[in-house]
Design a protein around this ligand. Structure first.
Ligand code: NI
Length: 388
């Protein structure tokens, strides 16, 4: 009955890889040592059909099945860490001050390597598997997923579907969760420069005070979600930055406001952009000022295609102890969404147990999840490409 026994023999070795990566975290696109570790491991499994250096440090490695013709499916892991000082207290904690694998990408990379090792020895499937290792998932635009997509690797390797997996604290180890449709939110950012007319703080009647205008704008933006967005749809508008004068006695010429927009509906991004500008400009002009407005579209909605989600659910049921096929969407963003924008596919969550949340200094990837993660990848290949 123990479905993961088949992958238990890989657990000790993959745990060693994972802890090595954890001790040596790298950031952004500069994951050279991590990428070198990945290519060396792949080569040691006899996988030589590799394209390194995509978007700098991204890697695609192909394993051809021996079961005849079939499609190429892409399995993706991310490799980068975060600029956080680790406080996990684990013996394998980061050796680099101010940097840690606080999102478990060390675990994702190690598990995909484990699956590559397993599948390189059992090639009874049709078609091919493309193992995708990407840098810079955590960075602001342009992130690693976007840069790799723009580089054209999906076309070059004829990849038909793409799958991703992210560990999830709060879901028990051995369990999986996902859903068809929107699983994670889009992320857009905005900047508003409120333009008034500066002056002496003791003579406000000679000025157009952008601080007061900014206060009205921030309050006005709160009604976008409550009064303008469909209550059955998800929209978050958060103002996160505010910068005015540096002096106690100076009314500034301008005030800078910035914030972020998250949504699960692509159409709401357009609506949010228009509404934020309209509300902010209208309020500013009513007070005799004006605004400059900049809206930057960043990560799209992580959208799971229906058939691919069903394939992922079948694989998760074969690999896991329990599967939730109606996982509540989360408002965080994930740059695997760029690959999902180009190809049908799905992202699944893998239980990390009762650990600290991702991006928390006390977080650590749970090595007990390793056999389940490898099991998911192998069973997905079986589901999509026949017997492995
Ligand atoms: Ni992550």
């Amino acid at each position: 009955m123990n479905r993961i026994r088949e992958f238990d023999h890989l657990k000790a070795e993959v745990t060693e890889w994972r802890r090595h990566l954890h001790q040596n975290p790298e950031l952004d696109f500069a994951v050279e040592e991590t990428a070198r570790f990945v290519t060396e491991k792949l080569a040691s499994f006899g996988i030589n059909n590799m394209e390194p250096g995509i978007a700098g440090t991204g890697i695609v490695a192909l394993v051809n099945g021996e079961g005849g013709d079939g499609p190429v499916i892409g399995l993706r892991a991310d490799m980068d860490a975060l600029p956080i000082q680790e406080a996990s207290g684990k013996p394998w904690a980061s050796r680099v001050p101010g940097r840690m694998h606080a999102c478990g990408h060390d675990g994702h990379t190690a598990m995909l390597l484990g699956a590559a090792k397993y599948l390189s020895g059992k090639r009874g499937f049709r078609g091919s598997v493309a193992f995708i290792f990407q840098p810079a998932e955590e960075v602001e635009l342009p992130s690693g997923g976007l840069k790799m997509v723009e580089d054209g690797f999906l076309d070059r390797h004829s990849i038909k579907r793409v799958y991703g997996m992210h560990n999830w604290p709060g879901i028990p180890v051995g369990e999986f969760g996902t859903r068809a449709g929107a699983l994670m939110a889009s992320q857009d950012d905005f900047d508003i420069v409120v333009k008034g007319r500066g002056g002496h703080a003791a003579a406000p009647h000679h000025a157009v005070d952008p601080v007061v205008i900014a206060a009205h704008i921030i309050t006005g933006l709160q009604s976008l979600v409550s009064r303008n967005a469909d209550p059955t749809e998800s929209l978050v508008v958060s103002v996160t930055k505010l910068k005015g004068s540096d002096a106690y006695n100076v009314i500034p010429d301008t005030v800078e406001i910035a914030g972020t927009v998250r949504t699960l509906e692509a159409s709401l991004r357009d609506a949010a952009e228009q509404l934020i500008e309209r509300v902010a400009r209208g309020i500013a002009q009513a007070h005799g000022g004006d605004i400059e407005f900049l809206y930057r579209r960043s990560v799209p909605v992580t959208f799971n295609e229906t058939e691919a989600t069903e394939a992922a659910l079948r694989a998760a049921r074969l690999a896991g102890t329990a599967v939730n096929d109606k996982t509540k969407p989360v408002m965080g963003a994930e740059d695997f969404a760029y690959m999902l924008q180009e190809r049908p596919g799905a992202l699944v969550f893998l239980g990390n147990g009762d650990t600290a949340a991702v991006h928390n200094p006390a977080y650590d990837f749970n090595d007990d999840a390793i056999p389940y993660g490898i099991g998911f990848w192998v069973n997905l290949v079986k589901t999509e490409l026949g017997k492995a």
